[in-house]
Design a protein around this ligand. Structure first.
Ligand code: NAD
Length: 486
């Protein structure tokens, strides 16, 4: 697109193809500067109904498209992600405050999701079961659900939308995506262009940028057969309630308060590096963020010193114009929330060892020591660049501290004895555990998901996608009709 041209999403919505929208115009602002960088047409609740009807009409044709046609479109989408990397990354940086390496990582992970999804349509999708009835053949097969609603957050808006969109399409569903308005260009409009240019037939994919009311209308729409939601636990719970009432399938990937356990025999250099990456990457705005550093009391001083040294080396600034480690938080309200968690914890006795200051949307990489279980920095999901350190004296204490959180997304354990670390891992109620590594790990081919308040056991990735984005059907075949007593 030439820079003089009006982007298509300014006046149009992608409802299976670009159509003029009637909703309000939304000013997209760069969190780093507060400047308006684009205008976007918002969807209305009436658009949810429009999209659902268009998708319904496209369901059959798409589900019956051959497996190699689906695979080819997804492979083309993957190739286009690479071709358009400069444009997509520039939007990710300006619209979401992402630093270059985060934008690169997100794009690469989304590319891998597209590639993996392109391989799904050629996987076996059923089994043949024996029958006690002579002459009967029992097929059991996975079938598409129909239309899937995907509701995505703003923090990794491309990956967390497309990790559901691509596999749902691969399994023969139509998809309606509702991105967050704070990330609706890179996490919505650009993805509509991508799938259109990849050759996805009209009517199959839709993007409805909007707020909670649009999300609610999507969840409540009877033509939408599944909701794949990534976001906060509070909203996930509400969506789960509605889906439960409607008997609708729901995959809920929610918040976290992830612990990194550092045992007394750990390599503190690597543990502190993992801790810094886990707490500060993308300003801590990651569901798998290391929100609690649980450190054996005998090595805590040394660990805190190493972690604080790493934190003090990190600079904040506008990633669109400078080389920085930390960009802005998504908005000032979010930065104030982080500040409030730190201030309330300090008032209760926590010590600021590094950082601890806010400047508008920016918050410094912060290390807090002497954090106890009753403090907000321990108990709440921070979603900001803060590393709270709490000490323990035995492996049993560490286990109790990790499991005390109602969340159960990810954990890391550092010890030179992988046997000891695995003994602890076996007792943790979390969906993902990384030994001698950090909590923010994502591999497209491995099922991803949490326990407890972090989700309802939905899993994304690799073989889990086949089950997640389909339902099953038993078909029995008798060559000749059967006579029963009536
Ligand atoms: P959020 O729940 O406020 O919003 C997420 C999405 O839901 C947005 O698109 C929003 O518009 C929509 N929404 C809001 N209210 C809704 C409603 N009543 N009905 C339907 N949709 C509604 O979350 P957020 O603050 O944007 O994102 C941060 C949260 O997401 C954190 O808690 C984080 O841990 C979590 N998260 C989880 C994962 C994971 O994979 N488990 C990944 C990233 C983020």
């Amino acid at each position: 697109m030439n820079s003089q041209e009006t982007p298509i999403w300014e006046d149009n919505l992608y409802l299976g193809s670009w159509k003029s929208g009637v909703g309000e115009r939304f000013a997209v602002t760069a969190p780093a500067t507060g400047e308006t960088i684009a205008q976007l047409r918002l969807a209305t609740t009436a658009d949810v109904d429009r999209a659902a009807s268009i998708a319904k009409a496209a369901e059959r044709q798409w589900s019956e498209a051959s497996f190699d046609q689906k695979a080819e479109i997804l492979r083309r989408a993957a190739a286009l992600l690479r071709d358009r990397a400069p444009e997509i990354n520039a939007w990710n940086t300006r619209e979401c405050g992402s630093i270059g390496p985060k934008a690169d990582f997100e794009l690469q992970a989304t590319y891998e999701q597209a590639q993996m999804s392109a391989a799904l349509p050629m996987q076996p999708y059923g089994s043949i079961f024996p029958s006690s009835m002579p002459g009967r053949r029992n097929y059991w097969r996975r079938v598409p659900l129909g239309t899937v609603g995907v509701i995505a957050p703003w923090n990794f808006p491309i990956l967390l939308a497309m990790r559901s969109v691509f596999p749902a399409l691969a399994m023969g569903n139509c998809v309606i995506l509702k991105p967050d308005v704070k990330s609706a260009v890179c996490g919505g409009a650009l993805m509509a262009q991508l799938l259109q240019d990849a050759g996805l037939p009209e009517g199959v994919f839709h993007v409805l940028p909007g707020g909670p009311e649009v999300g609610e209308a999507l969840v409540e729409h009877p033509l939408i057969k599944m909701i794949s939601f990534t976001g906060s636990t509070a909203v996930g719970r509400k969506i789960g309630e509605t889906c439960g009432r409607m008997l609708k399938k729901a995959a809920l990937e929610l918040g976290g308060n992830n612990a990194q356990v550092v045992m007394d025999d750990a390599d503190l250099n690597t543990a502190s590096s993992c801790g810094a990456w886990g707490s500060f990457l993308h300003q801590g705005q990651i569901c798998m963020q290391t929100g609690r550093h649980l450190v054996h009391s005998s090595i805590a001083d040394e660990y805190i010193e190493l972690l604080a040294k790493r934190a003090k080396n990190l600079n904040c600034g506008d990633p669109a114009t400078e080389q920085v480690h930390l960009g802005p938080l998504i908005n000032e309200a979010q930065a104030r929330r982080v500040e409030d968690i730190v201030n309330r914890s300090v008032a209760m006795g926590a010590k600021v060892i590094a950082g601890g200051k806010r400047n508008g949307c920016y918050y410094e990489a912060t290390v807090l020591a002497e954090v106890t279980e009753d403090m907000p920095a321990f108990a709440e999901e921070i979603f900001g660049p803060v590393a709270p350190v709490t000490t323990f004296d035995s492996d049993a204490d560490a286990c109790a501290l990790v499991n005390q959180s109602p969340y159960g997304l990810a954990a890391a354990i550092h010890s030179k004895s992988t046997e000891r670390a695995q003994r602890l891992a076996n007792q943790l109620h979390v969906g993902m555990i990384h030994i001698n590594d950090q909590t923010i790990n994502n591999e497209f081919q491995v099922p991803f998901g949490g326990m407890g308040s972090s989700g309802n056991s939905g899993r994304f990735g690799g073989p889990a996608n086949i089950e997640e984005f389909t339902t099953s059907q038993w078909v029995s075949v008798m060559d000749e009709g059967v006579q029963y007593p009536f």
